[in-house]
Design a protein around this ligand. Structure first.
Ligand SMILES: Nc1ncnc2c1ncn2[C@@H]1O[C@H](COP(=O)(O)OP(=O)(O)O)[C@@H](O)[C@H]1O
Ligand SMILES: [Mg+2]
Length: 234
């Protein structure tokens, strides 16, 4: 479904990605692991059209998208929950969700999608008139995920959804991701919390200094000595 090949990216003259390749097949949950500064967010920004790649190709459902602007990428069915969630503090929960459905493709099913979001996240329904700034970190993350789902994506990308959340809430977020996956969603998950997430990943890639250095099934990587040393502090 998603095929990234030989991706090079830079900020000004500072190169960040040096030929990274990865793929996500329909129905899979694929995890991208890597320490701070490895280039995970940069790779995601190239896929979602927020950063122009220097070299390489990005294919989605058979079409090349590496030169598409961000709105077109969303329109084609890629939704992203960005690192840090990026909420509008004074907008209400429901306003955020409706904002996620502005696309022509999803607009006509807005009401259905809204009730589906509230089914998946009952907390958000209870708080639908509340301003985003007054939500807890976990609730904000749920809102960011629900908002991404409002565009009816075929591929959902989550960039470090557990970042900055209390451990109990992290568990809830990961359970929600597992639930969304069961509904048939294809997922690319960026995480440093590998202990909890590699188990549910079909496959995973390790990104180090802008290069993919290791790939395998989630359980293979969880059992890999290098991964255990670098990311599990064992
Ligand atoms: N907007 C930016 N301008 C300049 N350099 C950046 C920018 N964003 C990230 N970088 C640099 O690119 C490298 C990779 O960052 P990033 O993709 O955010 O890594 P990760 O998500 O894996 O932590 C880092 O060295 C970071 O400092
Ligand atoms: Mg990042």
């Amino acid at each position: 479904m998603l095929e990234v090949r030989d991706l090079h990216a830079a900020y000004g003259d500072a190169p960040v990605l040096f030929g990274a390749s990865l793929s996500v097949k329909e129905g899979e949950i694929v995890e991208l692991v890597g320490s701070n500064g490895a280039g995970k967010t940069t790779l995601i920004r190239c896929v979602t059209g927020l950063l122009r790649r220097r070299r390489g190709t990005i294919e989605f459902k058979g079409d090349r998208i590496e030169t598409h602007p961000a709105h077109e990428v969303v329109d084609r069915g890629i939704a992203c929950v960005p690192e840090g969630r990026q909420m509008f503090p004074s907008m209400s929960v429901e306003e955020h969700l409706l904002l996620g459905s502005y696309l022509r493709r999803a607009r006509s099913r807005r009401a259905e999608n809204l009730s589906r979001a509230y089914e998946l996240f009952p907390r958000l329904k209870e708080r639908r008139r509340q301003e985003a700034a007054t939500l807890s970190g976990g609730e904000q993350q749920m809102l960011a995920i629900a908002r991404a789902l409002m565009s009816e994506p075929r591929l959902l990308i989550l960039d470090e959804p557990s970042l900055g959340l209390a451990p109990v809430v992290v568990g809830q977020v990961f359970r929600t991701i597992a639930e969304i996956r069961k509904l048939g969603m294809t997922i690319l998950l960026v995480e440093q919390n590998v202990q909890k997430t590699l188990r549910m990943a079909d496959r995973a890639y390790v990104l180090e200094s802008g290069r993919v250095t290791l790939t395998g099934t989630g359980s293979e990587l969880l059992g890999n000595d290098l991964v255990r040393k670098a990311y599990l502090a064992l």
